[in-house]
Design a protein around this ligand. Structure first.
Ligand SMILES: Nc1ccn([C@@H]2O[C@H](COP(=O)(O)OP(=O)(O)OP(=O)(O)O)[C@@H](O)[C@H]2O)c(=O)n1
Ligand SMILES: C[C@](O)(CO)[C@H](O)COP(=O)(O)O
Length: 236
């Protein structure tokens, strides 16, 4: 069984809006609903868990009802960082699911995730035990120490840009989070960074430039353009 764990426990400070970015309305639909719909529609996702910011649970339940997100199993509260939020999510998922089930962890604010990306995440995880959605670096990469100059490049073929979804079996995730706490690893932003800190080898799955992470106000303009081009493609 494949379960989506959507993490929406962040406050979205860099978006500089009055409400958290996952609840911003874009063309009359909250960002998080675009994300949830991608997993709702995927034929191989059987359940959805959301880790949500305190105070927004009831609003999210209402949106899920309005937009027919009927794979939703539960909503729990986030923690002080990504690692803590994911830990809260998997500790709740384990009440209903077995260690062998695959959990795909995905940012609530990556609303353009596609069926192909989700399918490849499941495929690679089933083959290798984990999967991390990545894209290549398309630009020359420079290293800096002072943030205003550089005298060194990093070969871009040796670099990958990470996205979500990121997946592993529930049992592996529970064990990794337990080991992380035992080793004093408490502030990892993502599953991939925590796994690397634990010395795990990670396996790459499909990502896309279109699988945009909504971080700053300009990302909303890019998201709208992507939605418009998708709608135009449907109409032709
Ligand atoms: N304590 C946290 C922090 C982040 N997230 C989630 O992790 C994803 C990626 O994080 P990011 O874009 O950094 O979100 P925020 O922390 O909300 O943004 P900011 O750093 O600008 O406040 C988002 O879906 C966010 O809701 C979470 O579940 N719990
Ligand atoms: C998990 C992530 O989306 C992978 O690209 C990213 O690391 C999260 O971003 P943050 O801004 O560091 O929380």
């Amino acid at each position: 069984m494949n379960i989506a764990l959507i993490i929406a426990g962040g406050a979205g400070h860099r978006m500089q809006q009055d409400i958290p970015k996952q609840f911003l309305n874009v063309y009359d639909k909250p960002v998080i609903i675009y994300t949830l719909e991608a997993f709702q529609k995927h034929p191989n996702i059987e359940g959805i868990e959301v880790v949500c910011l305190e105070g927004w649970h009831e609003i999210l339940y209402a949106y899920c009802k309005q937009f027919n997100i009927n794979k939703l199993e539960n909503i729990v509260t986030g923690g002080e960082n990504g690692q803590a939020s994911i830990r809260n999510g998997i500790n709740d998922i384990k009440k209903r699911h077995s260690d062998d089930d695959i959990v795909l962890i995905h940012d609530a604010i990556r609303p353009m995730v596609s069926e192909e990306i989700i399918s490849d995440c499941i495929r690679v995880c089933s083959a290798h035990g984990n999967s991390i959605s990545v894209i290549p670096c398309a630009e020359a990469m420079l290293r800096t120490v002072d943030n205003c100059s550089s005298n060194a490049q990093v070969p871009r073929d040796n670099l990958k840009r990470t996205q979500t979804p990121q997946a592993a079996s529930l049992g592996k995730l529970l064990d990794a989070h337990k080991r992380a706490l035992e080793q004093g690893i408490t502030n990892s932003v993502a599953t991939c960074t925590m796994f690397i800190e634990l010395g795990e080898v990670l396996y790459f799955s499909l990502g896309s430039e279109k699988n945009i992470k909504l971080t700053t106000p300009e990302d909303i303009d890019i998201f709208k353009a992507l939605l418009n081009s998708k709608r135009d493609a449907w109409m032709h």
